[in-house]
Design a binder for this molecule. Sequence first.
Ligand SMILES: Cc1cc2nc3c(=O)[nH]c(=O)nc-3n(C[C@H](O)[C@H](O)[C@H](O)COP(=O)(O)OP(=O)(O)OC[C@H]3O[C@@H](n4cnc5c(N)ncnc54)[C@H](O)[C@@H]3O)c2cc1C
Length: 377
Amino acid sequence: MSERQNVLIIGGGIIGHSISYYLNKSGVSAMVIDKQESGRKATRAAAGMLGVHSENAQANVFYKFCERSRELYQSLSQELFRLTSINIGLSRTGMIEVALCEEEKNKLRDKKAFFPELEWLEGEKLSEKIPSLNGSGAVGLHMEKDGHVEPTHVCEAFKRAALHFGGKLIEDHSVWGIEKNEQGYSIQLGNETLLVDRVVVAAGAESGPWFEATGLVDPMVPTKGEYISIKPKKNIWDETLFFRDFYIVPKPDGRCVIGATTKPYDRGHFPTAGGLSELLNHVFSVFPTLQSEPLQDCGAGIRPGTKDGFPIIGEHPTMAGLYFATGHYRNGVLLAPATGELMKDLILDKKVDSSITGLLSPNRLVRKGEHSYEHSN
Ligand SMILES: Cc1cc2nc3c(=O)[nH]c(=O)nc-3n(C[C@H](O)[C@H](O)[C@H](O)COP(=O)(O)OP(=O)(O)OC[C@H]3O[C@@H](n4cnc5c(N)ncnc54)[C@H](O)[C@@H]3O)c2cc1C
């Protein structure tokens, strides 16, 4: 492992593999290292929603970044299939955000004012779309361009496509230290040391210590989410439904993924009976008929949340060549393509949109300057 790589990416979730794909495709040699089999952490638990409108209340800079990412999926779907024969399950069947109480309805009205192109649904129009909804007076906003993908397929496809372009992958090796030297960085992997030009931290919910010991404020809020999936005997509706307390994503194979609980600072990787019961109580209060549908699967993952709610994407303010691409909270699947593209442009020193790099920059975490750091996982 003494060979010199241009870029080393710590973390093989959907974010790390997307960055590797974009870099290797552009001719920059990038290697992903994961402490276990890659794609098994938050990425594996995700429902895969591309919720540009459900996640944004206004058409601001962050909304545009989300929109760009969702649009990238269109061409990626074909390109990744051509390169890897993996179907990423891109589905643009739309989403409906549903409001049940007056407070939620007011928020939805505000959203409609910001996005006049979205269709307002109430009365018969809403019950035609969601016949089994038990919520008189409910209203909805139809977001027809939003949809979903299969996150594990996307992650695997990015991984294999990066390898196709000459990328490298090491699994079951934990990176426990990085040190800046004159040429770049020394990376500690157990007894071995790897020399690289640049490092990208894409370690998901485990990114916190890398900020703190490189002199920055730790912005991470690891947030557990639990989900359950059912396989209804017949297709109930086509759109993804998004409520305040849960969502239901109908997958092409007939599964409906129901998510998710939100438990800040809970790092438990297993779903609990209490968590699933809380989730299902919300669902059954609106869709009582789903109680008799066959259970398929359940699970949990730790979202890489941040204190200000935005991802951290960009170069360390004082350690040149050290980058972060993490903190995507509940939008890592949606934002994986745009994050990979942006990191590639930053590393290649290309012109980038300064409004988005300013918003997401690690400069907002400055505390003091330090130049090397170790931690054990
Ligand atoms: C229940 C649930 C539902 C979700 N639904 C959606 C959704 O519908 N749409 C959406 O866009 N997002 C969704 N998300 C969020 C999404 O899953 C995450 O934002 C995304 O997966 C983050 O990807 P990541 O690559 O940053 O992190 P991860 O997938 O967690 O990957 C990080 C990787 O880093 C590795 N690692 C950590 N430390 C080290 C180290 N020191 N050395 C080597 N490797 C290391 C880990 O082993 C891991 O494989 C959901 C999340 C959950 C939990």
